[in-house]
Design a protein around this ligand. Structure first.
Ligand SMILES: [Zn+2]
Ligand SMILES: [Zn+2]
Length: 318
């Protein structure tokens, strides 16, 4: 069983002396969390009527796709597969770049994200998991409440995961600490950059405004919900071909939009594996990206899956 545990889980199972939480968020942070979650969400809701008829150009679509992909890979390839699980190693400029790209997804600074996510793996679908849909029971009402909690409700709770306990490696990394401190700057940049590009390319204020709306706010909101779906949907619905000690499942409809993160059953069965979509036809854009980076020599020591390991992790085989 220990072969399926990554380093963070091993640290966890040894019952460290440090508490799970390091305290509560202050009011200013709490207000910022509400603002940066709910404003893009409002933009997403406004987007549907806006799309009908006016206010969306091909340039907006292009900028949306570019910024979506850039920040999505920052979260999946960077925050998740590199910083949380060390499924490969990256050269210094690449590490910094991935931390910046992930920051621009407006989910939280890298160290906070990693601490929360390692806590999720350490306690997956048990007490202590920051976002399990199974904490309230299995009646339809409890599951509805669980879905909401796992999807976005947990973000509004003021508990702060203990970073010293769950991410001491990143707290000792000067580059990551620096990116972490610049989170407000990168959040500003992620909204401002599409507006500047839209304005310059169309040479109009209108072009700046629609790019700001679509490639800024709506893009951030869509990526928020795709990322959160891994925590909610992928712990509720889907196939479970591999042995994981929780409810993590492979949910194919989100494979493309999540860049492979929705192959979540294999991920929980083998957290340090750089590829999550390991079965035939399971498209995993993040794994492909890591593969390309490896070819360029920007990343190395990639933990690719092997046939023997997958066979051992498959359900029904011991
Ligand atoms: Zn999970
Ligand atoms: Zn993970």
């Amino acid at each position: 069983m220990t072969t399926t545990l990554d380093k963070s889980e091993e640290r966890e199972s040894s019952q460290g002396p440090r508490p799970l939480l390091e305290g509560q968020r202050n009011l200013a942070t709490q207000i910022a969390v509400y603002a940066f979650i709910l404003l893009p969400f409002a933009a997403l809701i406004a987007a549907v009527p806006l799309m009908w008829g006016w206010g969306l150009s091909w340039l907006d679509v292009g900028l949306f796709a570019a910024f979506y992909t850039f920040t999505l890979l920052g979260v999946t390839v960077g925050y998740h597969r590199l910083f949380t699980h060390n499924s490969y190693k990256a050269k210094r400029p690449m590490r910094i770049m991935l931390a910046v790209m992930g920051s621009m997804a407006v989910q939280s600074p890298p160290i906070t994200w990693v601490a929360d996510h390692r806590r999720h793996h350490a306690f997956s679908d048990r007490d202590g998991d920051p976002h399990s849909p199974w904490l309230f029971g299995t009646s339809p009402l409890a599951l509805a409440r669980g879905f909401w909690h796992a999807h976005m409700g947990w973000i509004f709770e003021r508990d702060v995961t203990n970073k010293q306990r769950f991410a001491p490696d990143l707290m000792a990394d000067k580059d990551i600490v620096r990116v972490n401190k610049l989170f407000v700057f990168f959040t500003t940049l992620t909204f401002l950059l599409p507006a500047v590009l839209g304005g310059l390319i169309t040479w109009s204020w209108w072009g700046a405004l629609t790019a700001f709306f679509w490639a800024g706010f709506v893009r951030v909101a869509v990526l928020h919900h795709i990322t959160w779906s891994t925590n909610s949907i992928c712990h509720m619905i889907g196939e479970r071909p591999f042995k994981s000690r929780d409810k993590a499942a492979n949910f194919w409809p989100l494979a493309i939009l999540s860049a492979g993160e929705s192959w979540h059953n294999l991920h929980h069965a083998d957290p340090t594996c750089a590829r999550h979509g390991v079965q035939r036809g399971q498209i995993d854009i993040s794994a492909r990206t890591i593969w390309i980076f490896e070819k360029f020599g920007w990343v190395y020591d990639v933990r690719w899956p092997t046939e023997q390991r997958l066979a051992r992790l498959a359900v029904g085989k011991d």
